[in-house]
Design a binder for this molecule. Structure first.
Ligand SMILES: C[S@@+](CC[C@H](N)C(=O)[O-])C[C@H]1O[C@@H](n2cnc3c(N)ncnc32)[C@H](O)[C@@H]1O
Length: 418
């Protein structure tokens, strides 16, 4: 399948990570879907099932459920439109324009601005390139969205049905902290780290803490996890996620992870920087160009910007190599599709650090790495690339091919690198 076309399409599933530290009330999800089914006058709710105890898959409404467009248009920005396609409501900052004739609770059509040309506050019909993404009920009027000095927040359009037919659902259908919306490859990334109790684990780029909390939950809240991100605001997000999920084994610090190693360090308990060879496992979920996100209705990133990430990733992984114990495991991941940031980065690491050995990033659920990028077939089989392609080397199941573009590699350290 054509990669660009795939990136523009919406995945067919919604995935939740299930918090195994809490009792799960997934019957609340069923109740919610039954209520929605009443609204759509159908008896059939979308199927949902557990792929693993910590991973719940929710499918789409059947094609017999039809919500007709109304002809009344609300324009939202492209990011907001993509979120609607994945089953979100429209939040006020994403609204670009709507006519003044609309009234509260009126049924409206949601359109995404595909050119980033719509001026905030537009009243007339938008004549730029736009895409119909769903139908919903208007919950805010122009005055609440665009009046001078207003910083709008909250739900502006209550989405009824996106054109993708994914259920409009979020974590709030179950008691707090039981479910977390998370893309399937991100959940697989946690499985690859496979956190165990009493392990010392570093999550180098952790905010908002979605993978950090997964690791904590896998370890039954008994690993010793250090989470870093670069600003205080971001580390606050990690703490909030931990608090919501009931996770207590994580300590978060605002710190530049490109500088988190120092021989003068007094040890993990004193916070960053850390000494050599001190972590059993390290997750580097790297800052990246993010080009694997789906659906991508528009992308304004310049080629220069895209090319810049590999340098930051190299700095971060070089730091990780020093901090990893001999025999420890380093997991590297990105949510992008570029060669430089994925197979290219692995190939660079293997050349630069003879003390690192590529190991299978098990469980191997995505496809293999791409050919002709410095990895031989054995090495390609050890990494995971999530995308639409079917590679005979290791064909991935449909559910793993229909999520976002993602990459995972795992290494172990065979000798001290000093
Ligand atoms: C892909 S996101 C991490 C997502 C996170 N692992 C999760 O699953 O919730 C990458 C993160 O790297 C952080 N970051 C970028 N440069 C950094 C640096 N030099 N040190 C620490 N964190 C950094 C960004 O702030 C961002 O939060």
């Amino acid at each position: 399948m054509d990669l660009q076309k795939w990136l523009m399409e919406t995945p067919k599933y919604t995935t939740f990570r299930v918090n195994i530290l809490k009792k799960n009330h997934h019957e609340s999800l069923q109740q919610y879907l039954l209520q929605q089914a009443d609204v759509f006058a159908t008896k059939q709710i979308p199927s949902f099932y557990f792929l693993k105890p910590d991973c719940l898959i929710l499918e789409r409404w059947s094609e017999s459920v039809i919500v007709d467009p109304t002809g009344k248009e609300v324009i939202v920005d492209a990011l907001c439109a993509a979120a609607v396609l994945r089953g979100a409501h429209v939040f006020a900052p994403g609204v670009m324009g709507l006519p003044s004739s609309l009234h509260l609770d009126e049924k409206v059509d949601i359109y995404g601005d595909l050119e980033k040309k719509c001026k905030r506050g537009l009243k007339s019909l938008y004549d730029g390139k736009k895409k119909y993404v769903g139908t919903g009920y208007l919950k805010m009027l122009r005055s609440e969205l665009f009046d001078n000095g207003i910083k709008p927040s909250g739900i502006a359009v209550h989405t009824l049905m996106p054109v993708s037919r994914l259920p409009v659902v979020n974590e709030s259908v179950c008691p707090k902290g039981e479910l977390l919306l998370q893309n399937l490859p991100s959940i697989v990334c946690g499985w690859v780290v496979n956190a165990q109790s009493n392990e010392y684990i570093l999550d180098m780029c952790a905010a908002p803490g979605n993978k950090t909390t997964h690791l904590a939950e896998m370890s039954k809240n008994q690993a010793c996890i250090t989470a870093l991100d670069k600003t205080l605001e971001k580390t606050e997000r990690i703490r909030e996620t931990c608090q919501i999920q009931g996770v207590t084994c994580v300590t978060a610090y605002a710190f530049d992870a490109t500088k988190c190693h120092s021989e003068e360090s007094l040890g993990i308990a004193n916070g960053p920087p850390f000494p050599s060879n001190c972590f059993d496992k390290i997750l580097l979920d790297a800052p990246c160009s993010g080009l694997g996100q789906r659906p991508q209705l528009i992308n304004m990133m310049s080629p220069k910007m895209i090319k810049s990430y590999k340098f930051l990733q190299r700095k971060l992984i070089s730091e990780a190599v020093k901090l990893l114990k001999v025999g420890g495991k380093l997991v590297y991941s990105t949510c992008t599709i570029t060669e430089d940031e994925n197979e290219g980065l692995v190939s660079w690491v293997l050349e630069k650090f003879p003390c690192l050995k590529l190991i299978p990033a098990e469980p191997l659920l995505g496809g293999p790495g791409l050919p002709n990028l410095g990895l031989d077939d054995e090495q390609r089989k050890m990494v995971q690339r999530f995308g639409p392609h079917i590679d005979a080397l290791r064909p991935a199941d449909e559910i793993y091919r229909d999520s976002i573009g993602f990459f995972i590699a795992a290494f172990t350290k065979t000798a001290n690198n000093k």
